[in-house]
Design a protein around this ligand. Sequence first.
Ligand code: S3P
Length: 172
Amino acid sequence: MLKNIVLIGFMGVGKSLAAKHLAAKLNRPIISTDELIVRQEGKSIAQIFQEKSEAYFRAVEAKVVEAISNKTNVIVDCGGGIALNPANMDLLKKNGIIFYLSASVDEIYKNVKDQKHRPLLNTPDPKNQIKQLLEARQPFYKMADYVIDANGKSGEQLCVDILTLFKSASKK
Ligand code: S3P
């Protein structure tokens, strides 16, 4: 079985960028959980949060994870909150190796400050919101198989770091 490469971590750490590089390098498809949710619901994530609720979004997210959990040989680009639900992590671990892309509050803020599509960061003080959420989420993210330091790294560098670990893990 060719294990999936599963990317988790906070918004703006570079999961989607790394996924694109990995997909090109390994010639594998990318599955983006956010994209599947948007397609399935016919609404943007901001609309889902606003018109339904975060709880509704999390329920759809968990269903999407379940639906993709039998796939193999894919790159899974996870929404930043997926690790908060242990059932999601169990399902993603079944056929995959999970990489936590870790970055500092400053790095994350730098990457997201000009973007407006993330409802959780649409607050008067997004930097403080990042700090609070990141702190609360650390124990969940650390349930990953590997932690990758994503600070200051290009998509290409992230790809190299992930593949080095993935190749040695695949030999085990
Ligand atoms: C979220 C991260 C987003 C998206 C939603 C909630 C989170 O995905 O799933 O806005 O709770 O961290 P990205 O990490 O791809 O921005």
